[in-house]
Design a protein around this ligand. Structure first.
Ligand code: SF4
Ligand code: SF4
Ligand code: SF4
Length: 265
C-alpha cells in the first residue's frame, strides 16, 4: 500500500517531534562519534562521491537467480530466518511491481512488467527521513552517501521504521542469533530490540570488494559512483530508461530500476 506525500510528511513531522524530545537525554549519555562506527578502509578500498545501484530485473531469468542474490546478502550479514513473515528481517527481498512502484500503476501496463518481481532494498536516500528522526544517531549518512546503521547505538525506538516510506528496515523482536542458519564469523550478529537494514556492504567496500548481491547477480546489478561521469552506473543511466521508488516523496533514492519492453530484454 502506498502513502502520498502529505501522509509521509505528517509521519516525518510527528517522528521528528518525538526524536527532538529525546535528544537531550540521549545526547547526555551518547557522545557524537557516529563516524567512528564506519569500517576503516584498507589499501585498495572502493571509494565514491555518491554510491548508487542500477538493477536490471530483465536479466533475472528465474526465481533461483533472485534467490542467489538474496542468499548472498543473508549469509554475508548473518540475517536471521525467523520463519514467520511478521517477524521477518530483510535487507534485500523481492516484491511485485505493483507494491514496489504503486504510483506508476496504470491499466495498460505491459503484462510482463506487471508480473515481474522486483528486488528491493534500502535506497540510501539523498535526503533520508530515517536519519532525520533517529534520536541517537544510530542511523547516519556517510560522506559517500551510504546510510549507515550502528546496531550498538540503536535503542529500538523504531522512529526510523515509521519514517522510511520503503519498508527497508527490520526490527529484531527476539534474539536473532538462534535463527542464523550458517553464522559468518567475520560479520557481527545483532541482539533483540535493534533495527537493521542494508548498508551497501560497507565492510566489503573497505576491502576493495563489490557488494555481495552485486557479485552474485551476474551483471544484473551494477554498483558505482554517481558523481563519476565515466562510471558504469552513470553510463547506464544515460543510455537506459530507469525509474526509482516513490520519487515524488523527495527522498532521492539511489537505487535505479531499468524499465524496458520485453521485446528489448
Ligand atoms: S530507504 Fe528508508 S531506510 Fe533507506 S535511507 Fe531511505 S528512508 Fe532510510
Ligand atoms: S530504532 Fe534505532 S536506528 Fe531507528 S530511530 Fe531508533 S535508535 Fe535510531
Ligand atoms: S548491498 Fe550488501 S547489504 Fe545491501 S542488499 Fe546488497 S548484499 Fe545486502
Amino acid at each position: 500500500m502506498g502513502i502520498d506525500r502529505r501522509e509521509f510528511l505528517k509521519i516525518i513531522g510527528a517522528s521528528a517531534a518525538f526524536a527532538l524530545g529525546g535528544m537531550t537525554i540521549v545526547d547526555a549519555i551518547v557522545k557524537d562519534d557516529a563516524e567512528a562506527a564506519q569500517y576503516t578502509p584498507e589499501p585498495g578500498a572502493l571509494v565514491a562521491g555518491q554510491w548508487a545501484m542500477v538493477i536490471d530485473m530483465w536479466k533475472f531469468k528465474t526465481e533461483d537467480d533472485r534467490k542467489r542474490v538474496i542468499d548472498a546478502c543473508n549469509s554475508a550479514h548473518n540475517i536471521p530466518d525467523f520463519g514467520e513473515a511478521k517477524d521477518e528481517v530483510k535487507w534485500i527481498w523481492d516484491d511485485s511491481f505493483e507494491h514496489a512502484f504503486p504510483e506508476t500503476e496504470q491499466k495498460y501496463l505491459q503484462a510482463s512488467l506487471e508480473k515481474m518481481p522486483f528486488l528491493l532494498m534500502c535506497n540510501h536516500c539523498e535526503n533520508p527521513p530515517c536519519v532525520r528522526v533517529c534520536p541517537t544517531k544510530a542511523t547516519f549518512k556517510r560522506s559517500d552517501g551510504i546510510v549507515m546503521q550502528d546496531m550498538h547505538r540503536c535503542i529500538g525506538c523504531r522512529f526510523c521504521m515509521a519514517a522510511c516510506p520503503y519498508g527497508s528496515r527490520s526490527f529484531n523482536w527476539s534474539d536473532p542469533r538462534p535463527y542464523i542458519k550458517h553464522e559468518n564469523p567475520n560479520y557481527p550478529t545483532r541482539t533483540k530490540g535493534v533495527v537493521e537494514k542494508c548498508t551497501f556492504c560497507v565492510e566489503r567496500l573497505a576491502k576493495g570488494e563489490m557488494p555481495a548481491c552485486v557479485e552474485a547477480s551476474n551483471g544484473a546489478m551494477v554498483f558505482g559512483d554517481l558523481k563519476d561521469p565515466n562510471s558504469k552506473v552513470r553510463k547506464l543511466l544515460e543510455s537506459t530508461y530507469t525509474i526509482r521508488r516513490k520519487p515524488e516523496l523527495g527522498t532521492g533514492p539511489n537505487i535505479y530500476y531499468v524499465i524496458r519492453g520485453a521485446d528489448n530484454a
